[in-house]
Design a protein around this ligand. Structure first.
Ligand SMILES: C[S@@+](CC[C@H](N)C(=O)[O-])C[C@H]1O[C@@H](n2cnc3c(N)ncnc32)[C@H](O)[C@@H]1O
Length: 265
């Protein structure tokens, strides 16, 4: 397949720039959803758009057999390196709108607004249908999406700088890592719901110079109505939507919706 746009250079530094995301807490939430909505713990779980494998690794460490699917060879290569020696994980490079597995799985996760990278409602519907095809009857689909509030009020046309120049202590020794800076400019188009991200990465090299790489990514803002319609068209029953890992009810300023849906038989 052709590679996912916008995830080449960033793959090398992706985990450092997203270090504030607590995947252990997120995996606790995933397991709380398993307890709440499945009759028994699933044996095999698909992590769709797994990226560098943060959720895939969390769940593998908790004893689930995992499949990680992603469209980007560079992101998968990072995931593969992190998972070396971990026999429970199969990584596949596939498009989440048309993926194929060897059989069904008990649950599917899709984390960190990966579904917002599908830019047409038809693509979202195709992805949901594939998820339905490969879920056991009554299997669980857990995913999140950025909300319209976040696109309008947080992303908007704002610019940010993300940085990581961590110095950490390992026992007695202090180690310093090369710095990474990421300039991030958003352009949100309310008429199409598309939000463009222009990212400029600056990675410090051993000689103290910086290497610059630019990435362009686009996400789409979906309304709750569109998501519900796409789910029901794919024969997925919406079980709940929350604003955090504590199952809180979303409100007007919620930035991320966490969904649980079940594959109807
Ligand atoms: C924001 S990252 C999230 C990665 C991972 N789920 C995490 O929690 O870190 C979005 C991921 O979606 C993947 N992606 C975007 N469009 C895709 C597509 N059509 N098919 C498969 N993967 C896709 C990208 O390659 C990237 O790894």
């Amino acid at each position: 397949m052709s590679d996912c746009e916008g995830y080449s250079a960033i793959a090398r530094v992706y985990d450092r720039l997203n270090a504030e995301i607590d995947y252990a807490a997120w995996a606790d939430f995933v397991e709380a959803c398993f307890d709440r909505f499945l009759p028994k713990r699933p044996e095999l779980v698909l992590d769709l758009a797994c990226g560098t494998g943060s959720m895939t690794l969390q769940l593998a460490a908790r004893g689930y057999d995992m499949i990680g699917v992603d469209g980007s060879a560079d992101m998968l290569s990072e995931a593969y390196s992190r998972a070396l020696g971990q026999p429970r994980i199969l990584f596949l490079q596939q498009d989440m709108r048309a993926f194929e597995l060897y059989g069904t799985v008990g649950a599917v996760t899709c984390c960190l607004d990966s579904l917002n990278y599908l830019l047409a409602l038809d693509d979202l519907a195709r992805c949901f249908s594939c998820v339905h095809n490969y879920l056991d009857p009554d299997g669980l689909f857990l995913f999140d999406m950025n909300t319209p509030y976040k696109f309008r009020e947080v992303y908007g046309n704002n610019a940010y700088v993300l940085e990581d120049e961590l110095i950490w202590d390992e026992g007695e020794e202090t180690e310093e890592r090369a710095a990474v800076y990421c300039g991030w400019q958003n352009t949100f188009h309310p008429d199409t719901g598309l939000c463009e991200f222009d990212l400029s990465l600056f990675e410090e090299l051993p000689d103290g110079n910086y290497r610059r790489s630019d990435e362009h990514q686009t996400e789409r803002c979906y309304s709750m109505e569109e998501i519900r319609t796409a789910l029901s068209g794919a024969r997925m029953e919406l079980l709940g939507v929350w604003s955090d890992y504590a199952f809180s009810v979303p409100d007007r300023t919620t930035e991320r919706w966490y969904f649980a849906a079940r594959a109807k038989k």
